[in-house]
Design a protein around this ligand. Structure first.
Ligand code: LLP
Length: 416
């Protein structure tokens, strides 16, 4: 459930007409609803009430400081995958003891930064990484709190690019190898083993792969404990899907119920790393129609947002509904395309969209997760503004970039 709805034929974000904001900030822009963000966080986090747990929001899905701060105030932590994300999470007020650090390629500098910050857990993805982390901790005279991210070889039944828990994926330590690596870790003075973690993929629309991998993790924890290796944290990663089109993902309550049933009797603090399910449907991308073009075989709406602003349709063939900002009686089958010089630049393809005219505003729905955070400056396009609505008010939470922002740090060398 989100808070974007029509009132008197006008699309509103909570109580604010989207067109009003567009008139103030220009287009394109991302528009987030605070009530939706809060509602989704509370629904997810609340579903695990009764179980010691920590909801670490996946920063990569939406990394604006205002949004990270909103979740931090609700007791949320952060799942980070880079030094930059750690910097953001700390700036946003996420306490370091609520931060977990995932990722297959952590650098020494990033490890040092995280060790110095005092984060809760490093999700270590290989033996080489474990050794490098030990060395980094030793050099700083610190101990590194660690979970091993295991690869349970479970099919998440999602898009190939965002499946991570199969044996053929680059992620994690193969579950059969895990025990040996835990034993090695136990002998490292600077490593403090705290947990087991996994993340099998994103946009999962079925709970069974989660339950299957949890079952494998549970068995591993049993074997580790039998060898005297204490495991206090179990990190199940993120991945719960949302509805973009016709998908019917389980609601957080059903997901939690299945997870908690499988976890029964396992004395562990549960860590969850949701991204999409919290922010996906909490934002729209507002764009203006520049031209309505009729080719010999297709109709196109050329809009002012492109694949650099929202990469998901081009990259994954992802579906995003396109709705009119002022309710429109007619629809048509068309492509909604951007100004980028590539045929792959589309926001919607062969989709039923408003029969809009130049100047009209469109809302690209479900754009909150991996929308702005994956945007780029391709074609030297300044990244768009981000706006947060709360009730009847709104605030700019990221200014539109300027042309000067585009060339910041660039230099033409003298006599070179
Ligand atoms: N934890 C880890 C270790 C992850 O790699 C991810 C996502 C998450 C948590 C959060 O997953 P979520 O709850 O959002 O599904 N750009 C793609 C999605 C990439 C997901 C990468 N990892 C997209 O736009 O669909």
């Amino acid at each position: 459930m989100h808070h974007f709805s029509y009132q008197n034929g006008e699309l509103c974000a909570e109580d604010v007409p989207v067109a009003e904001i567009a008139a103030q900030v220009g287009t394109p822009f991302y528009l987030y609803s605070a009530a939706t963000l809060r509602r989704h966080f509370a629904a997810f986090d609340g579903a695990f009430a009764g179980q010691p747990h920590l909801t670490c929001f996946a920063v990569k899905s939406c990394s604006n400081l205002a949004i990270l701060n909103l979740f931090a105030k609700m007791g949320g932590g952060a799942d980070i995958v880079s030094g930059g994300e750690l910097f953001r999470a700390l700036k946003a007020g996420v306490p370091p003891q609520r931060i977990v650090y995932s990722g297959v390629g952590k650098t020494e500098e990033e490890m040092r930064f995280a060790l110095e910050s005092g984060i809760l857990l490093f999700n270590v993805e290989s033996e080489q990484e474990l050794e490098k982390l030990r060395d980094a901790a030793r050099a700083l005279g610190k101990t590194a709190p660690v979970s091993l991210r295991v690869n349970p070889d479970v099919d998440p039944k999602t898009h190939a690019y965002i499946s991570t828990g199969l044996a053929k994926n680059k992620f994690g330590i193969p579950i059969e190898r895990a025990e040996a690596v835990y034993l090695a870790a136990r002998d490292m003075d600077e490593i403090e083993i705290r947990g087991v973690s996994c993340h099998i993929g994103s946009q999962l629309t079925d709970v069974s792969p989660f339950v299957e991998s949890l079952g494998k993790l549970k068995a591993l924890i049993g074997r580790l404990r039998a060898q005297g290796i204490g495991i206090s944290h179990l990190d199940l990663g993120g991945g719960l899907g949302i509805r973009y089109n016709q998908e019917e993902p389980p609601p957080p309550a059903a997901y939690a119920e299945a997870v908690l049933a499988e976890m029964a009797g396992l004395e562990c603090t549960l860590i969850l790393e949701p991204g999409r399910v919290i922010v996906g449907n909490a934002a729209i991308l507002v764009t203006k129609v520049l031209f309505a073009k009729e080719g010999p075989v297709k109709k196109f709406l050329v809009v002012d947002a492109g694949m650099n602003d929202l990469a998901r349709p081009s990259l994954y063939g992802a579906f995003h509904a396109v709705l009119p900002v002022r309710q429109h009686p007619e629809t048509m089958k068309a492509d909604v395309v951007g100004p980028i010089c590539e045929t792959g630049d589309f926001l919607a393809r062969d989709q039923e969209v408003p029969a809009a005219r130049p100047g009209e505003l469109l809302a690209v729905m479900s754009a909150g997760a991996y929308g702005f955070s994956m945007s780029s400056n391709y074609n030297s396009r300044p990244r768009v503004a981000e706006v947060l609505v709360r009730g009847g008010g709104h605030r700019l939470i990221r200014a539109r970039e300027t042309f000067d922002d585009l060339i910041r740090g660039e230099a033409i060398p003298d006599n070179f």
